[in-house]
Design a protein around this ligand. Structure first.
Ligand code: DGY
Length: 320
């Protein structure tokens, strides 16, 4: 059985799959594969380990309906048409759990960086503007005892809330479709409506999947209901906030700052005006970029491939 990996990932994935008797090919170039290249490669293989959020839509799935399993090297599965894969009988797997701590660390880092305008201050040094000690310029805000609002309290949201509670004794509120008893018990978290989340959060951190319901959820109206001292953090998917509305909210002082690990589109253009604002901290989608998380993802992705090619249920399934 032959497996195709669409870009280099930690070697443990290949080691595990070869140990299971599979033949593994990895796309050698450091670039995105074109749609045609990906389909042609898949036609020569039995399984795809998809890295880098390739767009696996209906057209792709129909062209590659022979695949016995598609294993995503991500926890997010917004780039694959899961309903279509299910209809075609293709099991789809992802990599939950192993990247929760790393992604929450990134959200925490962005919250702090935005609260102290850290990226902007760093840029000032690079621009030769560190020439005068000004006790009144570019002041930050402190987080101790403030309220953290979590939009989507799953594994990653829980880890972010835990950090905020532990480090700054922040009050935790959250909005989810259903209550999270563990977070209520362990962190004293309180479920609130979306409107209350907007109006009560000093920091609002997004940890939900991108779905038709969450697309553009943070738009002009939502930002207008947030506090003027609020920091908006998004480490989930760029499509959940409306970028133009966010820029307006930051420029007009409707909200205080933003920390983003995800943008729309990705990659973000180097001349994007959001990068020039003093109150933004922006990273290039590195939420899971730790040795530990990426190795864990490689293991889970390989385990999904091995199970799928054996005809077993996937250990980390996405299909309902
Ligand atoms: C994920 O796993 O979905 C992250 O965004 C990293 O790709």
């Amino acid at each position: 059985m032959k497996v195709f990996i669409s870009r280099a990932i930690p070697e443990i994935a290949t080691e595990l799959m070869e140990k299971a008797g599979l033949t593994v090919t990895q796309f050698p170039d450091r670039r995105n594969m074109s749609r045609r290249e990906l389909i042609d490669a898949c036609l020569q293989h039995d399984a795809l380990l998809s890295v880098g959020h390739e767009h696996l839509d209906k057209e792709f799935l129909e062209a590659c309906s022979h695949l016995k399993v598609i294993s995503l090297y991500s926890v997010g599965f917004d780039k694959i048409d899961v309903a279509e894969a299910t209809r075609l009988g293709i099991p789809v797997g992802n990599t939950p759990g192993v990247l929760s701590a790393a992604t929450a660390d990134t959200a925490f880092l962005l919250m702090l960086a935005a609260s102290r305008k850290a990226f902007y201050q760093h840029k000032k040094i690079l621009n030769g503007q560190w020439n005068y000690y000004d006790p009144t310029a570019d002041l930050g805000i402190e987080l101790y005892g403030k309220t953290i609002g979590i939009f989507g309290l799953g594994k990653i949201g829980f880890e972010m809330a835990k950090r905020c509670k532990g480090a700054y004794d922040m009050k935790v509120i959250y909005h989810n479709r259903s209550a999270n008893p563990e977070a209520e018990r362990e962190l004293g978290a309180t479920w609130v409506s979306f409107e209350e989340l907007l109006s009560q959060s000093d920091v609002l951190s997004v940890h939900t999947a991108l779905t038709p319901e969450t697309k553009d959820k943070f738009d002009k109206t939502a930002f207008s209901k947030m506090r003027s001292n609020a920091i908006f953090v998004n480490t989930a998917r760029g499509g959940i906030h409306n970028e133009a509305a966010l820029k307006d909210a930051l420029e007009s002082g409707t909200i205080w700052g933003a920390g983003l690990d995800v943008t729309n589109p990705e990659p973000m253009a180097a001349d994007n005006p959001l990068l020039q604002l003093p109150n933004t901290a922006i990273l290039p989608h590195i939420g899971s970029a730790t040795v530990e998380a990426r190795e864990g993802m490689a293991r889970r992705a390989a385990e999904n491939v091995i199970a799928g090619l054996k005809g077993d249920s996937l250990p980390y399934p996405v299909n309902p």
